[in-house]
Design a protein around this ligand. Structure first.
Ligand SMILES: [Zn+2]
Length: 299
């Protein structure tokens, strides 16, 4: 009797496994994830669905990492699949306008003209609305990066947006830069939203940091580094770099990519990396954007 029960259980388990990973799924492509790619983006490109990619690759969530290998199944009957709401949202890409003449001078000695205001939006809190002004491309890229991360994670708490610049730019308290509409302070994602957050920034630790979402946030900015008006530099504490570096390395992210991205582990004064150490930046990223191309007044 007992043997029969066990045998039946084994059969059920085997059937469940087969159902979870259909043997019939034909593979149309095998690829290595590039920096900045998202599961929803890959699904769109191959006329597939996020759910089918998850099934074919045994993924629980939607986080994928640069360097990771993915099998893309042939997605027949795609129309009957129901892509998540956020996947649909992601399809609406935000335009990045490049307007000359807004950002004048340098981030630490400059002003802002005809400023663009970062609007209140879904998933983030602007801590000081009177300091939520930037150049148009900066505002566009900030909105795009946040939307991209939200499109790829099912559950995220509200993100803290710190200062950009004042409406007319110039010097503001607590900052040396943030004068010309090209700087942004932005908080991290946490496993559990700390009580003080997002009205205050909260220091990242190995225990509290949601490394998957914070990594994706970092990459959503970093992947624009080669684009017109994209990210020029990202400032964050060296130890926080270490938390993200080690996490990404453990997930199989290409080491060459990590070494181009971070100073870590070469030391705080290393000249390598888009992401640079800055004291007092263990509770937020400070993101600096490039000038629009050909804008002579922006430096
Ligand atoms: Zn800052």
């Amino acid at each position: 009797m007992r043997t029969a029960v066990i045998a039946r259980l084994a059969l059920v388990t085997a059937t469940a496994l087969l159902a979870a990973r259909p043997a019939s799924a034909e593979i149309q492509a095998r690829l290595r994830v590039k920096s900045g790619q998202t599961l929803s983006g890959i699904a769109r490109r191959y006329d597939c669905t996020v759910a089918a990619l998850q099934r074919a690759n045994d993924l629980d969530g939607t986080t994928i990492l640069a360097g990771q290998r993915l099998a893309v199944p042939v997605c027949k009957g795609k129309a009957s699949a129901r892509p998540g709401k956020r996947v649909a949202n992601r399809a609406a890409a935000i335009e990045i306008p490049l307007v000359a003449g807004q950002s004048v001078g340098q981030p630490w000695s400059g002003t802002l003209r005809r400023a663009t205001r970062l609007p209140q939006g879904k998933g983030y809190l602007i801590r000081r609305p009177q300091r939520a002004y930037g150049a148009a491309h900066v505002v566009g890229r900030v909105r795009d990066a946040i939307a991209s991360v939200r499109g790829d994670h099912r559950r995220l708490h509200t993100l803290a947006i710190g200062d950009l610049s004042a409406k007319r730019g110039g010097s503001i308290s607590e900052h040396r830069s943030h004068q010309s509409g090209r700087d942004l302070d932005i908080g991290f994602y946490f496993k559990r939203k700390p009580a003080a957050y997002p009205s205050s920034f909260v220091t990242a630790t190995a225990a509290n940091l949601d490394r998957a979402a914070t990594w994706d946030l970092l990459v959503a900015f970093a992947r624009t580094a080669d684009d017109a008006g994209g990210v020029q530099a990202i400032f964050v504490d060296y130890d926080v770099q270490g938390l993200l570096y080690d996490w990404a390395a453990s997930r199989g992210v290409d080491e060459g990519y990590l070494d181009r991205l971070f100073q870590y582990p070469e030391g705080k004064s290393s000249g390598d990396g888009l992401v640079r150490h800055e004291p007092h930046h263990d509770d937020h990223f400070h993101i600096r954007f490039k000038c629009p191309p050909g804008d002579a007044g922006c430096g």
